[in-house]
Structure formats: C-alpha cells, structure tokens
Design a protein around this ligand. Sequence first.
Ligand SMILES: Cc1cc2nc3c(=O)[nH]c(=O)nc-3n(C[C@H](O)[C@H](O)[C@H](O)COP(=O)(O)OP(=O)(O)OC[C@H]3O[C@@H](n4cnc5c(N)ncnc54)[C@H](O)[C@@H]3O)c2cc1C
Length: 232
Amino acid sequence: VDIGVRVELPAEIFRHLTDELYESKIVYRTEKYQDLVRTFCMNPKGAVVNENTNGIVTVNGHSYEDPALQTENTNFALLVSKHFTEPFKDSNGYGESIARLSNMLGGGVMVQRFGDLIRGQRSSAGRLNKSFMTPTLTATPGDLSLVIPKRILDDIIEMIYALDKIAPGTAGDETLLYGVEVKFYNMEVELDNNLETIHKDLYVIGDGSGVTHSLSHASASGVFVARHILGK
Ligand SMILES: Cc1cc2nc3c(=O)[nH]c(=O)nc-3n(C[C@H](O)[C@H](O)[C@H](O)COP(=O)(O)OP(=O)(O)OC[C@H]3O[C@@H](n4cnc5c(N)ncnc54)[C@H](O)[C@@H]3O)c2cc1C
C-alpha cells in the first residue's frame, strides 16, 4: 500500500517544472530511513478532491484542461510504499486503518499547514484563513502527526525539504498537507521477468498485472512485452 499526503501550494512554485513536464515523477531516498518517497498525480493549477472508497474518505487531486476551470494552486501526492513480511500480510488493511483514523479525528479529510506540522501544533480555521493561499478543498484543520505513522511522516517532511531545493517555497509555512492519501494495490498475478504468466505465451500488461501502478508504468509494460514478443 502507498500512504501519504496531498500537497497543495501556489502554482507559481512548481511552474518551472510543470510548464516543461505536465507530470514529473520525482523519487527521493531519505537519509534517515533510506525509504523512497515519490511524487504522484501532479495537478498543475488543479483542485484537491475527496475520494470515497467503501465509505472511507481519502484525498485525491485532479486538474482541468479548460483554462476557465483552472485554479491558482498546484497539487500532488507524496507517497511512501509500505510492504509487510511475516506475520502480517494485509498491507491494504493497514492503509485502510490509517485512513479510518483520519476520518475519525477529522470527520473526513484533514488539512494542516506545513509550518504548523513542523511546530507541532494543529492547524485551525483561524490560521488557515490568515494564509495568502486559498485551499481548493474544504477539509478539517487538524494535526496529521496524530494520524500518520512517525516513520512515514518523517519521510514526507524530509522529502518536502528536499523538494524545497528544486522548487523554493515548497517547505513554506502555508503549504497545505491534506491527509490521508492512500493508494491500494491490486493482487499480483504470478509473472516472470518478461511479464509472462505460468501459461506459455500469455502475458499480462498494465495494472491488471498488479505490477504497474501508473499511466506511464502501465504503458511502458505494454511496449516492453511487445518488444519481447518481437524479439522471440
Ligand atoms: C482516480 C485515479 C487517479 C489516477 N491518477 C493518476 C495519475 O495522476 N498519474 C498516473 O500515472 N496514474 C494515475 N492513476 C492510475 C492510472 O489510471 C492507471 O495506472 C492506468 O490507467 C492503468 O492503465 P491500464 O491500461 O493498465 O488499465 P486501465 O486504464 O484501467 O484500462 C483498462 C481498460 O479495460 C477496460 N475493461 C475492463 N474490463 C473489460 C472487459 N471485460 N472487456 C473489455 N474491456 C474491459 C476498462 O473499461 C478500461 O478501459 C489514477 C487512477 C485513478 C483511479
């Protein structure tokens, strides 16, 4: 399962990246735990939205092609993958529990300013209203440190400071963090390194394989298998 937050900041901060590449995929290995944190689902001039999965409210984002519907903010997810070994195997259940906790405390999606998180204080409606940035989603101001496990939160904070080096302002006081964002994985089909199943000449490409989890990854898996078959 992938667990993290949705980051929202003024579009200007990421403009030099999003003008060149609509969806940049940035991966960072943290110094503290050597964990990988990645950006996902970048929405230039987009909106943060609620997502309802079986009654559990999590956060997501989207953006519009029509300039009339665009906002002044950019949002993207910061995700940390969590895998479990023995004896616990239900990683999706783990993600679901964290999302339930955020729903219990926030009544839905929770939002916190990055500055408040660093100072160890919950965000309040008053502090949010004083910000120059207008949130695109109405969420409950709260304290994400009461919801997200320490290791994952440390990873996210370290990533935000790393992003601040390539996009100054990312680690600003008013950067908004919405939680939680959870990406559940599909079951994995048994495949070899060429994405071929145990049944000869039957390949599985895309997310149905349980191996890929994004547009570019799913597309690349198709090209990969096509090249493999042509090369046989
Ligand atoms: C809300 C949401 C937001 C996302 N945001 C991003 C993002 O920002 N960036 C990113 O990289 N990825 C994102 N993803 C993930 C991305 O959409 C998937 O990784 C990608 O679409 C997988 O491609 P695919 O071709 O494997 O499967 P799909 O795109 O799911 O295509 C499968 C197709 O098969 C069709 N189908 C299913 N069953 C049958 C059947 N029996 N007969 C005929 N047709 C059938 C379906 O209708 C569908 O059109 C997001 C996913 C969701 C749900």
